[in-house]
Write a protein of this length. Structure first.
Length: 584
């Protein structure tokens, strides 16, 4: 599997140590029955106590050496596999962090969590097993055949027959297990996704009282998981006892044919005892090999899912060296600050796997320091405009320029260091209010944070919280209201002080007075402002207004221009403003 090839060079030395210890330990185990045969044949049968003592001490020495080797390989395997698992999870997380939006849409969050946890554990378990017992089993099995053949070639024919039958059963088990384990992982993804959606929407579910529907969704997913789990375990449950039965019959045949050969002086009693011991070792190793293949099948299925993550498309490159076409006075500094002029030039864009363009032939420009309000019906492409500016996606055709630089010619790190956004759905993280605001600027001082909070009208309610700015927010900000979430989210965007700031309908939960105060502070921001809104009362104060409908520009200009020329804007205005000009 490619995952192990990728990480093997880093862990080559400890892996080699563990494998060497396992090999030598297996050799010590294989010597045991042969030495026991010597004790019986050369000591007990010949009544030679010196021989008994000599061979017994040698057996004890071999056992002690094997024990020391076992301890060494167990410690080495545990440390190495733990480091391997940690590196794999870290690299997976870094890869997911660099996912393109298309990759994010392709693999569900629940599936990513399963791959980060369960699949990684399966792969790590297999790596640990290789260094501990997986390699030992085939060595013991092969060695038992070789040593038994050396002891008595005639009796070894029984072992060959048993091996042939068990090999066939193992091949059948592998073929039946792989497909079932792959389906089991998919079912596990589904149940994780259902549970995650429930936890994220628990308040809405309570509000609508749809407990029965959610229970049924979970029950359906749980039933599928149960079915695939039973199907997977049935293969092991049927094959393993059959293998045990075949091996037991083999041991019986060894005793039967051994007694016949002993009667005609073709075998010694010690050899028969050694054969039985080797048959026991074979039984243990064969059962272990069967389990190894089951673990291998699960690890192979998990590795394929992990490799799918690693092979997923990444976000746009963030190289330190800007492209050749990057127009900047200092091309070595990819965090160069821009003035904030923004232009869309005949931009058309469709989301992946969508046949309908979200934006069609869109053109407009905003000068540094200006405020652009974007307004239009739901689904008109307003938020899409922000995602394109942030370079979460690139246009299908046309171009977007920042200070006359095509965004595709600017390193992504530079684009995002020059832009700031308060999204439509504010997302807060577990931690303090202070930490959440500081996401916008890591080195911001406490005074700067408080000043920014005052700008977005958040200072008062934060100060009233139990620990003020050090108050803990639950995951997603469950312990604050919708309007408070939006203001903390806007503070995070404001504090970055980027040349281009975007407010994506992030004041929808605020009352008109608070919104007006926030809008005043936004207007005072020295950079270029893009304000996506549903309210004409907010848009009318902007320098320019872009009216979108079905992804197309149907109006662009000031409020005074649009109120006389743009039918869509007039319709929105009339639906929100009464004849006296008062907001409804």
């Amino acid at each position: 599997m490619r995952i192990y090839k990728k990480y093997f060079p880093k862990f080559k030395i400890p892996f080699t140590v563990a494998v060497t210890c396992v090999t030598l330990e297996a050799f010590c185990d294989l010597l045991g029955p042969t030495l026991m045969a010597r004790v019986i044949n050369r000591g007990i049968l010949e009544n030679d106590m010196d021989a008994v003592l000599r061979w017994s001490l040698l057996m004890l020495l071999v056992v002690l050496i094997g024990a020391c080797l076992a301890v060494t390989r167990s410690i080495t395997a545990a440390r190495t596999s733990s480091r391997f698992g940690a590196d794999l999870r870290r690299d997976l997380f870094k890869k997911i962090m660099s996912f393109s939006e298309e990759s994010t849409d392709k693999i569900q969050t629940g599936s990513l969590i399963t791959r980060m946890t369960n699949d990684t554990s399966q792969v790590t378990l297999f790596a640990n097993g290789i260094m501990r017992i997986f390699l030992k089993a085939p060595i013991i099995g092969t060695g038992s055949i070789i040593f038994a053949t050396i002891l008595n070639p005639r009796l070894s024919l029984v072992i060959y027959s048993v091996i042939a039958v068990i090999a066939g059963l193992t091949i059948i088990s592998i073929k039946m297990s792989y497909i079932r384990f792959a389906k089991l992982q998919i079912a596990l993804d589904k149940i994780n996704s259902v549970m995650q959606e429930y936890l994220l929407g628990i308040r809405l579910i309570k509000a609508f009282g749809t407990y029965d529907d959610e229970e049924q969704r979970f029950e359906n997913a749980n039933e599928v998981l149960k079915t695939h789990s039973i199907s997977t375990q049935m293969v092991v449950a049927v094959i393993s006892p059959i293998i045990g039965l075949v091996t037991g019959l083999g041991a019986t045949l060894v005793i039967y044919f051994g007694s016949i050969l002993f009667g005609i002086n073709l075998v010694e009693p010690g050899d028969i005892a050694a054969f039985i011991a080797y048959m026991s070792q074979m039984l243990m190793s064969l059962m272990m090999i069967t389990n190894i293949f089951n673990v291998f099948v699960r690890a192979k299925a998990s590795a394929s899912r992990i490799e799918e993550v690693f092979e997923s498309e990444e976000d746009f490159p963030t190289d330190d060296e800007p492209p050749v076409n990057f127009k900047s006075d200092n091309k070595q500094k990819n965090t160069e600050l821009f003035n904030g002029s923004l232009s869309f030039n005949n931009v058309t864009f469709s989301y992946p796997q969508s046949s309908t363009p979200a934006i069609t032939d869109l053109s407009f420009s905003v000068s540094p320091g200006e405020t652009l309000a974007v307004i239009g019906p739901t689904g008109s492409g307003k938020s899409t405009l922000c995602w394109l500016v942030m370079r979460f996606y690139d246009p299908d055709s046309g171009s977007i320029t920042l200070d006359e630089n095509d965004l595709r010619d600017i390193p992504v790190k530079t684009v995002r260091s020059n832009t700031s956004i308060a999204p439509q759905k504010p997302l807060l993280f577990s931690g303090t209010v202070n930490e959440n605001i500081r996401w916008g600027k890591n080195d911001a001082s406490d005074d700067t944070i408080k000043q920014t909070a005052q700008q977005v009208q958040a200072f008062n309610f934060i100060e009233e919280m139990p620990q003020g700015f050090d108050s803990i927010l639950g995951r997603g900000g469950v312990n604050v209201s919708g309007g408070q979430k939006q203001r903390i989210s806007m503070a995070r965007a404001f504090i970055k002080n980027a040349p281009l700031i975007m407010i994506d309908d992030a004041t929808s939960a605020l009352d008109s007075i608070t919104e007006a105060k926030v809008r005043t502070q936004l207007s005072a921001h020295p950079g270029t402002k893009i304000m996506i809104t549903q309210r004409c009362s907010a848009a009318m104060h902007a320098d320019k207004i872009l009216v979108l409908e079905d992804g197309r520009s149907v109006g662009f200009g000031s409020h005074d221009e649009l109120i006389n020329t743009c039918d869509t804007y007039i319709e929105i205005w009339q639906s929100q403003i009464d004849s006296k000009g008062v907001s409804q």
